[in-house]
Design a protein around this ligand. Sequence first.
Ligand code: PNS
Length: 166
Amino acid sequence: MSRAVFPGSFDPVTFGHIDLIKRAASVFDELIVGILVNSQKKGLFTTEEREMLISEVTKNIGNVKVTSFDGLLVDFVKLNEADVIIRGVRSSLDFEYELPLAQGNRKLYEKADTMFLLTAPEYSFISSSAVKELIGYNADISDYVPIEVINLLKTKGDYDYAGRKI
Ligand code: PNS
């Protein structure tokens, strides 16, 4: 059985992430989405909320599991007996960032190979950081994130249908 992990912060999950999850899940028998727990950084959503959001938006993909991890990614890979780490690449800038991470992971654990999926062009401008910035400027984020993210945002404060602060 082939198993891949797709690690990330997912704060929040975007349409770009969801596209990558679908595509990776169609290649491997099992895809484990691993949300990095970062206690140093206060995010938009808690780890539990991110986990709930990703579980909700991937509930129709049978071979996707969602969980969180802290510590080294390679330890998460070992724990789950995964064959491969999946990362998305939007641009050459992403690749510059990803290359030392992938090489570092392999140095830590030889079996931790990274496979890159190229982000679909329609999602290549989307990032969680951009979403958070847009929220800060009261801009529309409905082209970036699923409705579940916007609905949860609404419970945290005053946001309109497009995830804008009102
Ligand atoms: O969504 P992100 O923030 O780009 O994801 C980054 C992530 C979680 C993949 C990366 O920060 C990570 O793997 N962190 C775990 C710590 C680790 O293993 N670091 C060593 C890398 S060589």
